[in-house]
Write a new protein. Structure first.
Lengths: 233, 297
C-alpha cells in the first residue's frame, strides 16, 4: 500500500479559482519528493491539503491509509501529531528560547516533562543546534531559525515531513545547509519528505523525485527530475 | 493523566501569558474594572430603589370598616372570612376606641372635638395587608361584599399611581443593570480579542503541531477567568468600603431621612459575589469566543 495516495483530487476555492484539478499521484514511504511549479500552480494548496489546512472539493487525500479529507475539524489534531511541518517564515515564537520553541510542540500534545528534554536535545542535535538551546530566535541567523523550525517538526518522530518553501527566505549557502539537514533526516530517520520549492539549484543538485504542477494539473512526474524552467515556470 | 497534564500546563501558561503580555492584560483588567464599577453603582441604585419601593408598598393596606350594629361574635366571623381571601398577608383588628386615641394624637382640634362628643362616632375596623400590592383593589372589592362590612378603602386612585411609578422605576433600574452587564461583556470580550490577536501566531503554531482545540482554548479561557477576577477586585473594594462609609456618614438614610438605605451587611458581600461572577464568566466567555476565530471551527 502506498504511504500517500491522492486520487482524482480537485480543489476549487470559494471565489471560483480551481487550484487543483483531477490530481492523482502516489508517494511511497521514505521518499523525498519535490513539488515544483509556477506561482499559482497549486503547490501550496497541495501542501495544505496534506496537513488538512484545506479540504479537497472532491477526491481522496490518503496518508497512511486515512483519508484526511474526511477528517472532522476537531479531530485534525490527531493527523498533525503524526506530521512535521516546516514553513518559509519559520513560525517561531519570539519570546521562547530555541529549546522552548521545540519543546512547545511536545508540551502542546501533553507529553510528560521528563520525556520532553531528551527528545528536544536529540532533535536539536540532528539539526546541529545543540549548543544554542538558550538562544532566542532573534539571536539566530535565518538558517539557524529554519533549523529550529525543522527540529520542532521532527521532534515527535513524524513519518511525514511537509516543507512549504523552507529555503524561500534564505541565501544559496544557507539553503544548501538546510537541504543537507533535510536529506540527513530522510536518510537517517526514514522520514518521507514532501517539499514545495522554487529553488532551481536545490532541485537540480538533490536528484530526487520531482512533481511538476501546472495550473493545478500534474504536468510531469520524474523519478529523478530536474527543475524545468523553460516549459513550466 | 494526560488531561490532567494539559490542565496544569494551561493554568501555568495562562499565568505566564498574563505577565508576558502585561500591557494588554492590564488593558483588559482596567476595562473590566471600569465597567464593573458602573455595574456596582447600578446594582446599589437598583437594590436601594427596590428596598424603598418595597418598604413603601408594605405600608399600603386595605382598611375595612365594620357596621355599627355588628356584635363581637360576628366581628370574629368577618375576620375569618377576610383571612380566607386569596393573597392576604395579615389581618389586624383595630377597634373604634383605638382609632379615637390615634386620631386624638393627630391635632389638638381633633382631640377637643372627639372629647366633646358623648359617643365615639368611629367604626371598628380591620387593617388588611396583602402579599402583592396589585391585589389591593380586588381584595377591597371582595371585602366590601362580606356581610357586616360598612366599607373598605385602600386609597383608590393614588395607590394605582404609586404602584405604576414603582413598576417603572424597578423596570428602568433593572434594564440599566442588564445593559451595563452586556456592555461589560462586549468591552471585556473586545479587549481579550486584542490580546488574542497579538497571539494568533502562537495559536496557529499550536494548531499545526497537533494541539486539540480544547487544549488551545483552555489557557485562554483560564486567562480570561483570571483577568475577570483581578478586574473585579478594585470594584469590590470600592463597593465594600465606599458603601459602608457612605452608609455611616449618611446615617443610613438619604433625602432628609425619607429614604432608608439597605444595610451594608450582607448586601455588599452578595454584590461582591455578583461582581466576581460577572467578571470571571464574562472573561471566560469573551476569551472563548475570541479564540474560536483562530481555531477555524
Amino acid at each position: 500500500m502506498k504511504f500517500i495516495r491522492i486520487k482524482n483530487c480537485y480543489k476549487v476555492y470559494k471565489n471560483g479559482v480551481a487550484a487543483i484539478a483531477d490530481l492523482t499521484l502516489d508517494i511511497d514511504k521514505g521518499e523525498f519528493v519535490f513539488v515544483i511549479g509556477a506561482s499559482g500552480s497549486g503547490k501550496s494548496t497541495l501542501i495544505k491539503m496534506l496537513y488538512r489546512e484545506e479540504r479537497p472539493t472532491k477526491g481522496i487525500v490518503e496518508i497512511g491509509g486515512i483519508n484526511v479529507a474526511k477528517l472532522r475539524n476537531r479531530t485534525v489534531y490527531k493527523l498533525r501529531r503524526k506530521l512535521g511541518i516546516v514553513f518559509q517564515d519559520f513560525k517561531l515564537l519570539p519570546k521562547l528560547t530555541v529549546y522552548e520553541n521545540v519543546a512547545f510542540a511536545l508540551e502542546c500534545i501533553g507529553m510528560k516533562g521528563k520525556d520532553i528534554r531528551p527528545k528536544v536535545v536529540k532533535a536539536l542535535d540532528h539539526v546541529g543546534l545543540k549548543d544554542k538551546l538558550r538562544c532566542f530566535p532573534n539571536e539566530l541567523s535565518g538558517g539557524e531559525q529554519q533549523r529550529v523550525c525543522i527540529a520542532r517538526a521532527i521532534v515527535n518522530n513524524p513519518k511525514l515531513l511537509i516543507c512549504d518553501e523552507p529555503t524561500g527566505n534564505l541565501d544559496a549557502k544557507t539553503s544548501k545547509e538546510i537541504m543537507t539537514v533535510l536529506d540527513a533526516i530522510n536518510k537517517d530517520l526514514g522520514t518521507t519528505i514532501i517539499m514545495a520549492t522554487h529553488d532551481k539549484d536545490i532541485v537540480n543538485r538533490m536528484k530526487k523525485r520531482v512533481i511538476i504542477l501546472d495550473n493545478g494539473v500534474l504536468a510531469e512526474d520524474h523519478a529523478i527530475g530536474t527543475y524545468k524552467t523553460k516549459e513550466v515556470i | 493523566m494526560k488531561p490532567f497534564r494539559i490542565i496544569i500546563r494551561s493554568i501555568r501558561d495562562s499565568f505566564k501569558s498574563i505577565f508576558r503580555n502585561f500591557s494588554l492584560s492590564m488593558a483588559s483588567v482596567i476595562c473590566t474594572t471600569i465597567t464593573l464599577i458602573l455595574v456596582a453603582l447600578a446594582i446599589i441604585v437598583t437594590v436601594n430603589v427596590n428596598h424603598v419601593t418595597k418598604s413603601m408598598e408594605e405600608e399600603l393596606t386595605v382598611v375595612a370598616y365594620v357596621k355599627k350594629d355588628v356584635g363581637s361574635d360576628e366581628v370574629k366571623q368577618i375576620e375569618n372570612k377576610i383571612k380566607q381571601i386569596e393573597g392576604i398577608k395579615e389581618v389586624v383588628y383595630k377597634s373604634k376606641e383605638e382609632w379615637r386615641l390615634e386620631m386624638k394624637g393627630y391635632s389638638s382640634t381633633l382631640e377637643v372635638t372627639l372629647d366633646y362628643l358623648e359617643t365615639n362616632p368611629l367604626l371598628d375596623s380591620f387593617i388588611v395587608t396583602v402579599v402583592d400590592v396589585k391585589d389591593l383593589a380586588p381584595t377591597a372589592k371582595e371585602i366590601r361584599n362580606i356581610t357586616g362590612i360598612q366599607n373598605a378603602n385602600y386609597g383608590e386612585g393614588m395607590v394605582e399611581g404609586i404602584i405604576s411609578v414603582f413598576d417603572v422605576i424597578k423596570n428602568v433600574t433593572f434594564a440599566i443593570v442588564i445593559a451595563l452587564v452586556i456592555v461589560t461583556a462586549f468591552l471585556i470580550s473586545n479587549t481579550i480579542k486584542l490580546t488574542i490577536f497579538s497571539r494568533r501566531n502562537e495559536i496557529e503554531i499550536m494548531r499545526l503541531v497537533g494541539s486539540s482545540n480544547t487544549s488551545i482554548k483552555l489557557p485562554f479561557i483560564i486567562e480570561g477567568f483570571l483577568l475577570g477576577i483581578v478586574g473585579s477586585l478594585i470594584p469590590i473594594i470600592i463597593l465594600i468600603y465606599g458603601y459602608i462609609i457612605a452608609y455611616e456618614k449618611l446615617g443610613g438614610t438619604v433625602s432628609f431621612g425619607l429614604i432608608e438605605l439597605v444595610k451594608p451587611m450582607p448586601f455588599v458581600f452578595y454584590t461582591s459575589l455578583v461582581l466576581v461572577i460577572i467578571g470571571s464568566v464574562v472573561g471566560m466567555f469573551g476569551s472563548s469566543r475570541a479564540v474560536r476565530k483562530y481555531l477555524k471551527i
